[in-house]
Design a protein around this ligand. Structure first.
Ligand code: FEO
Length: 670
C-alpha cells in the first residue's frame, strides 16, 4: 500500500523509511533508521527527483504509481548516483520507457557503470545554469561536486523557491511520518544525528560544501528538499548556520571532548580524574570510551567541541586499536583547527602518545596545548598535579562561568521582597544587548533591546527600558505590565538575535522552536543560557517617546546566572553580527572540474595532480577574474541588511529584516 505525503499541492514525497538497516554505508550505525527521499512533481510535465535504496523499492514503486495517478512519467532528474538513491533507477526506467533522464555528464557515465541497460536516446544532459521547463515550474541546475560524490548536482525551482539538495542538509533517522523539520523539535531531538550525518558523510569536503553554500546564498529559498531526513520550510537559516560552522571546521561550543581507550581501566581512571577536574572548574566535558562508542559518534562530537583529549594505552608497540581507528577517521574526515592534549599509557615502553600525534599529523591547525602525560601502568603518586595543570590550562582557555548560588525563592509577583533581588545582577548592566520577554494570555513574546538601565537604587530598585513601538513586544508589555530582561553575554550566538530581533511576533511565534522553558516567579520566560543575569520587572510608569515607549519598572526579582561578560552593543557589532561578506577578492586560479578543488595562481604545472580526486591538469579549468562594479545603496545599522538604491530611500521605508526605519540606514557601496 502506498505511503506518500504532500510537500506542496503539486509536489509529492514518494520516498520511504528504512528502520531495519544496521549500518548505513556498511559502517555508520543508524539506530533510528534512515529515510530515502524521492519527490514527484505533477506539473504540465511530470518529474521524479531521484529514486531510492533497493531496501524500499517495493513501496517506492507503489508510491510513484499512486502519485502519478495513471499519468506518464516525463522526466527523471538524477542528482546523485550513490546507490542509496539510485539503486532502483533501472527498475523505474523499465516500468517507464517513456521517461527522459535529466542528469549531468558525470551522472550519465555512472549510470552506464552501474546499469548495463540500453538508454540510448533517453538522456537530456545538463550543465551548470541549464534549465528544464515543466509548465508552471522551471528548474535550473547547480553543480555540487564532492557533496558527496563528484557527480552531485542540485536543482532549483524558481516558481516555488524549492532547492533539491541531494545529500546536503540530510540527517540520519527515519521520518516517522513527519516530513517537515518544523513538525519536530529538530534542534532538540535531531541535531545530533544531523551533525553525525554531515560530519561522517561529507565532513571531509568542507571547502566544496562552502563553495555550494555560496552559490545557494544567491537563491531565494523557501523549501529545501534533501535526499535524507526532513524537508525545510521554516527556520532553515538556523540549520544553515550549523552547516557554515561544520564546513569551516569551526567548533560549535567551547567544551572538551575526552576520548579514551583503556584495556584494564588505568587509562580510563586518569581520563575520569581529568574530567572531574574540568567539571569542577566549570568546563563542559563530553566523554567517550572508544571501545564502546562507535567512531562516527566521536567524530561528530570532535566537530562540535573546541578542545580534544585523547588518552590511550600502548598496544602492539603502537596505540590501542579502537583509538587508532578513531584518529584515522578524524584525519580522514579532515578535522582541523582544534586544541589538543594527549595522555599515553604503557607498562614498559609507552609509545601510544607518539603514535597518536603521528595519526593526527594530517589534520591542519591542530595545537597541542601541553606535553604528553605519560602513565606507566597507572597514574603514579604525584601525577595528579599533571592532570590538574592540564585541566587548569583548558579552564584558562575556556574561561568558564563561576557557579553562582541560586538566590532564595521569591513570592508571587506584586509582593516586593528585597531578598529576591540579588543586587549583583545590576552590575551586569552595560550599554549592552538584552532579551526582553513578557507573557499575555499564556502566549510568550520577546524581542532584543539595547536600552535597559538602572534608574533608581532605593527599594524597590527601578529599571528603565525603551522599546520601539513597532515591536509587538512593546504592545504586549503595555497589556501585561510585566517583563523580564535577560542580559546577554558575549557567547550569545547570532541566531538568537535573528530569532528575536529580525522577525515580528505578529508574524511568527518566536518561541515555537526554542528548547528552553525556564520561567521566573512571575511566569515569564527567561533565557537560561548566554545570559548572566535576569531581572523581573513590574511597570510603574509609561512615557511616550515618539517612535519608542519608555517603561519605568520596579525590579521584583533579580538573579545572577553566570560570570560570563555582558555583550556590549559595540561587542555585538564587532564580534557577533556577521560582517557583510566583502565581495571575495577574485583571484586567478585553476578549478578542478571533477571535484572543485581550487589551485590559486596563474600557471598550473603540467604534471599537477589534484590532491583530492587525483585528476590531472587536463581536468582543470583556468579561471581569470573579472573586475566587479560596486553597487550603491544603504546599509541598516541595526542588522546589516543592504538595500540597493541609487537615490534616496523612500519615505516610510522599513528594513525587511529588522523593521527599523530609514533613519537607521546609512549610505554604503557593495
Ligand atoms: Fe545519500 Fe551520498 O548518498
Amino acid at each position: 500500500m502506498y505511503c506518500t505525503r504532500k510537500v506542496l499541492d503539486d509536489l509529492i514525497w514518494v520516498g520511504a523509511d528504512d528502520r531495519r538497516l544496521a549500518c548505513f554505508e556498511g559502517v555508520y550505525g543508524v539506530p533510528d533508521g534512515v529515510s530515502y527521499n524521492s519527490y514527484l512533481l505533477l506539473d504540465e510535465k511530470t518529474v521524479l527527483f531521484d529514486t531510492v535504496d533497493k531496501a524500499v523499492f517495493s513501496v517506492f514503486l507503489e508510491n510513484v504509481a499512486h502519485a502519478l495517478g495513471g499519468r506518464a512519467l516525463d522526466y527523471l532528474v538524477i542528482h546523485h548516483m550513490e546507490p542509496d538513491h539510485a539503486a532502483t533507477l533501472e527498475l523505474l526506467l523499465q516500468r517507464h520507457p517513456e521517461t527522459t533522464v535529466v542528469c549531468n555528464a558525470k551522472i550519465k557515465a555512472m549510470i552506464a557503470q552501474f546499469f548495463p541497460m540500453d538508454l540510448e536516446g533517453r538522456f537530456q544532459v545538463v550543465k551548470e545554469g541549464d534549465t528544464l521547463n515543466t509548465g508552471k515550474h522551471s528548474f535550473s541546475f547547480v553543480m555540487a561536486p564532492m557533496v558527496h560524490w563528484p557527480e552531485v548536482m542540485m536543482s532549483y525551482d524558481a516558481a516555488d523557491k524549492i532547492l533539491f539538495t541531494a545529500d546536503a542538509f540530510g540527517t540520519f533517522g527515519a521520518l516517522n511520518g513527519r516530513l517537515f523539520a518544523d513538525e519536530t523539535d529538530f534542534f532538540g531531538e535531531h541535531l545530533d544525528e544531523a551533525r553525525r550525518y554531515y560530519t561522517n558523510i561529507v565532513g571531509k569536503y568542507g571547502p566544496q560544501v562552502q563553495a555550494v553554500l555560496k552559490k545557494a546564498a544567491k537563491l531565494d529559498i523557501a523549501y529545501v528538499c534533501p535526499l535524507h531526513g526532513f524537508v525545510w520550510r521554516s527556520h532553515f537559516g538556523d540549520f544553515l548556520e550549523k552547516y557554515l560552522l561544520w564546513s569551516s571546521y569551526t567548533p560549535e561550543e567551547k567544551s572538551v571532548l575526552i576520548a579514551y581507550a583503556s584495556v584494564y581501566g588505568h587509562t580510563e581512571n586518569a581520563a575520569n580524574i581529568l574530567a572531574c577536574k574540568l567539571a569542577e572548574k566549570g568546563v563542559r566535558v563530553r566523554m567517550y570510551d572508544t571501545s564502546v562508542t562507535p567512531a562516527s559518534y566521536i567524530v561528530s562530537d570532535a566537530f562540535r567541541c573546541s578542545h580534544l583529549v585523547f588518552a590511550a594505552t600502548t598496544y602492539n608497540a603502537g596505540v590501542f586499536v579502537t583509538m587508532e581507528n578513531l584518529l584515522h577517521d578524524l584525519a580522514a574526515h579532515n578535522l582541523q583547527s582544534r586544541k589538543v592534549a594527549v595522555i599515553e599509557n604503557g607498562s614498559w615502553a609507552p609509545t601510544s602518545g607518539k603514535v597518536m600525534r603521528e595519526l593526527l599529523a594530517p589534520c591542519k591547525n591542530l595545537e597541542f596545548i601541553a606535553d604528553n602525560i605519560t602513565l606507566k601502568s597507572a597514574l603514579a603518586a604525584g601525577q595528579d598535579a599533571q592532570l590538574e595543570a592540564l585541566a587548569q590550562a583548558f579552564a584558562d582557555e575556556l574561561n568558564p562561568a563561576p557557579v553562582v548560588a541560586e538566590p532564595p525563592a521569591v513570592p508571587a509577583a506584586g509582593e516586593y521582597n528585597p531578598e529576591a533581588v540579588n543586587t549583583k545582577a545590576f552590575n551586569k548592566l552595560s550599554y549592552g544587548v538584552e532579551l526582553l520577554t513578557t507573557v499575555v494570555d499564556g502566549k510568550d513574546y520577546g524581542c532584543i533591546i539595547n536600552s535597559a538601565s538602572q534608574a533608581a537604587s532605593g527599594d524597590p530598585k527601578k529599571l528603565t527600558i525603551s522599546v520601539i513601538k513597532k515591536n509587538h513586544t512593546c504592545d504586549m508589555i503595555l497589556k501585561s505590565g510585566v517583563f523580564n530582561v535577560s542580559i546577554l553575554t558575549e557567547e550569545a550566538p547570532y541566531s538568537l538575535f535573528k530569532q528575536f530581533g529580525f522577525q515580528s511576533g505578529r508574524d511568527v511565534d518566536k518561541f515555537a522552536d526554542v528548547s528552553w522553558t525556564e520561567r521566573t516567579a512571575n511566569g515569564i520566560r527567561y533565557l537560561p543560557e548566554y545570559t548572566n543575569a535576569v531581572l523581573s520587572c513590574e511597570v510603574v510608569e509609561v512615557v511616550d517617546c515618539g517612535p519608542s515607549t519608555l517603561f519605568v519598572a520596579n525590579v521584583v526579582e533579580a538573579k545572577v546566572l553566570s560570570g560570563a561578560p555582558s555583550a556590549t552593543y559595540s561587542y555585538y557589532h564587532a564580534h557577533i553580527k556577521p560582517k557583510k561578506n566583502p565581495a571575495p577578492e577574485q583571484k586567478e586560479c585553476w578549478v578542478c572540474k571533477v571535484c572543485g578543488y581550487v589551485y590559486e595562481g596563474s600557471e598550473l604545472p603540467d604534471d599537477f595532480v589534484c590532491p583530492l580526486c587525483k585528476h590531472g591538469k587536463e581536468d582543470f579549468e583556468h579561471v581569470v577574474p573579472e573586475a566587479k562594479k560596486k553597487q550603491k545603496g544603504y546599509v541598516c545599522k541595526i542588522c546589516g541588511h543592504f538595500e540597493p538604491c541609487e537615490g534616496e530611500l523612500p519615505e516610510g521605508y522599513t528594513c525587511p529584516l529588522c523593521k527599523h526605519g530609514k533613519e537607521d540606514f546609512e549610505p554604503a557601496e557593495q
